[in-house]
Design a protein around this ligand. Structure first.
Ligand code: SF4
Length: 457
């Protein structure tokens, strides 16, 4: 749950990075940071909070240099702590290394234990710091060889923007869990988690960084290598369902269109006799539109979102989550009273959010409430960078659909089939990770934390 951005060879590198992070804010609302390099000095500023709050004019002026990387974060591994804010930066005898990482490594404990036994001292609890230690430890003479060696030690999910000397380096793990694209603006190259960041700075999309690819970018251009053995792909399907912005293209295809197809497929699988279909805004909007078009049930925006409040399930504490549900969405009584409605929801994690929303709809006199979810039940935790809770906290891991329907207070609850989800995707099913739905982990979680999450402790 992070957004990364990098730019090289640009006189306003920090400002462009600020804008890129602004576009990627939905990928992490907890903290933000930018590191720049002007050929002599490296500068860094990072703090807890939203991009617009973290950086002001004075800070931006201090971030000099024509190369920059930036990061927005919500904690997945490593606690919610100012020390863990990225980009993570170290200066050592080979120069500086700065890293912005999206994804989770699955061999964190093994690598960390090995390094601590040989004398490494860690400053943070982030798995990303391990990558920096590996880069610093690499015995290879060149930056390129060091990067290849360090990344060859990793298992799990990583999309990276690195800054080493005058290089901006982009890398994506061989499975390709998290998106990363390459853009161009004038003579500058840009790395970004999603294309919406390129759009905002008016950069042109060049291509995706491929799974297993490393790109080294400097004033001479882009050099690409693919040093790792090919493996199956495991693009995170949840990026299409919920996480990425609908105006982005990820894994080479548009998110908006994919969400609409999920809604159309839902309507084919679950014909409804209702007065209107409405989304849970905003992420349910596009599936609801598809559902309405396919079913011919009129679409209405039955709830209005307060846009000054962040997403709900990624808020760190239970108290804030429940509070935010209540102030975030307001149902429109005049549209919904006495109606039989179908709500399109993108996913159900704990069920508490949906339950609070349904309660507010009952209170204004909605006659029937049916919910269709544009993905199958989420039954397993994610080890590759999405902050799903432990197995125990995922409502569908221990309860039947009927139990969940009753808990939320619905007349009916229907989940899209796994087959229906996969046929709605723009790529073939073999390209995707679907582990949170079926428990088939492309790389078996092998560290202590994974065990804890699976056992629900
Ligand atoms: S387990 Fe689910 S959320 Fe995690 S990478 Fe796989 S598809 Fe995405």
């Amino acid at each position: 749950m992070c957004g990364i951005f990098g730019i090289s060879n640009h006189k306003d590198a920090a400002r462009m990075t600020y804008l890129g992070l602004y576009a990627l804010q939905h990928r992490g609302e907890e903290s933000a940071g930018i590191v720049t390099y002007n050929g002599k000095k490296i500068r860094s500023y990072k703090a807890m909070g939203l991009v617009g709050d973290v950086f002001d004019e004075t800070v931006m002026k201090s971030l000099t240099g024509n190369i920059a990387i930036g990061h927005v974060r919500y904690s997945t591994t490593g606690s919610s702590n100012p020390k863990n804010i990225q980009p993570f930066l170290v200066n050592h005898n080979k120069g500086h290394i700065a890293i912005a990482h999206n994804g989770n490594l699955t061999n964190t404990y093994k690598l960390r234990n090995q390094m601590e036994s040989s004398g490494s001292i860690f400053q943070t609890t982030m798995d990303s710091e391990i990558i920096v230690h590996l880069l610093a430890k690499a015995s290879a003479k060149s930056i390129k060889e060091s990067v290849v060696w360090a990344l060859s030690q990793l298992e799990g999910a990583y999309s990276l923007a690195l800054m080493m000397d005058t290089y901006l380096i982009g890398a994506r793990d061989p499975y390709g869990w998290r998106p990363l694209c390459l853009g161009r603006i004038g003579d500058s190259y840009v790395l970004a988690s999603e294309t919406c960041a390129l759009d905002l700075i008016q950069a042109q999309y060049v291509r995706d960084i491929e799974p297993g690819e490393i790109v080294f970018i400097n004033k001479d251009g882009v050099e690409s290598i693919k040093p790792f053995p090919k493996t199956r792909h495991a693009f995170c399907i949840f990026e299409y369902i919920y996480f990425a912005r609908p105006d982005s293209n990820i894994f080479g295809n548009n998110v908006y269109n994919t969400r609409k197809r999920l809604g159309q497929q839902l309507a084919r699988e679950f014909p409804m006799d209702c007065d209107l279909v409405m989304p849970i805004p905003d992420s349910g909007n596009y599936a609801a539109l598809g559902f309405s078009q396919e079913s011919k049930i009129p679409f209405e925006a039955g709830m209005i979102r307060n846009h000054y409040i962040g997403r709900t399930f990624i808020q760190p504490s239970q108290f804030i989550r429940d509070f935010r549900v209540r102030i975030k969405l307001n149902p429109i009584k005049d549209i919904l009273k006495n109606k039989r409605i179908v709500i399109i929801e993108d996913s159900i994690v704990r069920g508490t959010t949906s339950r609070a929303r349904v309660k507010s709809l009952r209170e204004i006199g909605v006659r029937e409430i049916h919910m269709c979810v544009s993905c199958p039940p989420l039954r397993f935790p994610c080890f590759y960078g999405i902050d799903f809770p432990t197995k125990k906290e995922l409502i569908a891991s221990k309860h039947t659909v009927e139990w969940i329907r009753d808990f939320i207070g619905l007349n009916s609850l229907s989940y899209l089939s796994k087959e229906g989800m996969l046929t709605s995707m723009p790529l073939s099913k073999e390209e995707f990770c679907t582990a949170c739905f079926d428990g088939h982990y492309p790389i078996k979680p092998c560290n202590k934390m994974s065990k804890r999450m699976l056992e629900g402790r």
